[in-house]
Design a protein around this ligand. Structure first.
Ligand code: Z5A
Ligand code: MG
Length: 221
């Protein structure tokens, strides 16, 4: 009888709009998994700790200037730095919980416009450097209205934290979501922290318990 290949751990991504609570909920999910006996790996993009991440950090804080294409490629390279770690972790049975991923890369760069309001970078160009990255098994898209985001202290001081930009980003996330199909789960992130946590947990708990069949798939291949 052919031996059954072991099931691997899931790759869980929380994506979404600014101030939607991604960092809050990835931390809660990580802690809840730990409490229930599962040690996960928690990662975040941009990962500002690496050399590439420090260049991104400086750009986001407007402490340096970079060509729009160059910074887009740095965001993608920052993910590729962790790609093999993600894959190894999943195969070894350790779930990966990730705060923002390639979808943020496409939506933010693709939402930059010139003074006439025309896109600076084509959508397909923005997507191409992330093709082949480990694909998430589930993406929670945290949706929030600009009004709710404002109640949480506004968009902050960084480069992309402006309302017109955020509205274009929101449209772009909705477009990607339609293309992603069933792995994309939209969450109303304008509710109480505990309600959002509960919705995420309802889908993550069985995924972690049962594991995932088959190899780690690749994004957009
Ligand atoms: N970017 C890009 O251009 N290309 C890429 O490839 C990637 C990113 C990966 C920095 O990202 C920028 O990089 C970002 C996208 C771009 N630009 N913008 N704009 P970041 O991830 O480092 O951004 P951040 O500083 O972590 O902010 P954030 O992600 O927007 O916030 P959040 O993680 O979604 O929310 P939070 O920190 O968990 O919560 C925000 C506040 O709301 C905080 O005070 C919480 O206590 C509060 N909160 C959280 N949940 C709730 C609920 N449910 N109710 C009330 N209050 C809440
Ligand atoms: Mg965050």
């Amino acid at each position: 009888m052919a031996s059954q290949s072991p099931r691997r751990a899931p790759f869980i991504v929380i994506e979404g709009l600014d101030r939607s609570g991604k960092t809050t909920q990835t931390s809660r999910l990580y802690a809840r998994l730990k409490e229930t006996g599962t040690q996960a790996n928690l990662i975040k993009f941009p990962d500002r700790t690496t050399t590439i991440g420090q260049m991104i950090d400086s750009y986001l804080r407007s402490a340096s200037e970079l060509d729009d294409r160059a910074v887009h490629l740095l965001f993608s390279a920052n993910r590729w730095e962790l790609a093999s770690m993600i894959e190894k972790s999943l195969i070894a049975g350790t779930p990966v919980v990730c705060d923002r991923y390639a979808f943020s890369g496409i939506t933010f760069s693709g939402s930059k416009v010139n003074s006439e309001g025309e896109p600076l970078l084509p959508f397909e160009w923005c997507r191409s450097p992330d093709i082949g990255l480990p694909a998430p098994d589930i993406v929670f898209f945290f949706d929030i209205t600009p009004e709710k985001a404002k109640e949480r202290g506004g968009y902050g001081e960084e480069r992309y934290e402006k309302e017109e930009m955020q509205l274009r980003v929101r449209d772009s996330f909705h477009r990607i979501g339609r293309e992603m199909g069933t792995t994309w789960v939209t969450i109303d992130a304008g509710r109480e922290r505990d309600q959002v946590e509960q919705d995420v947990w309802k889908l993550v708990e069985p995924l972690v318990k049962e594991g995932v069949d088959g190899p780690v798939t690749k994004l957009w291949t």
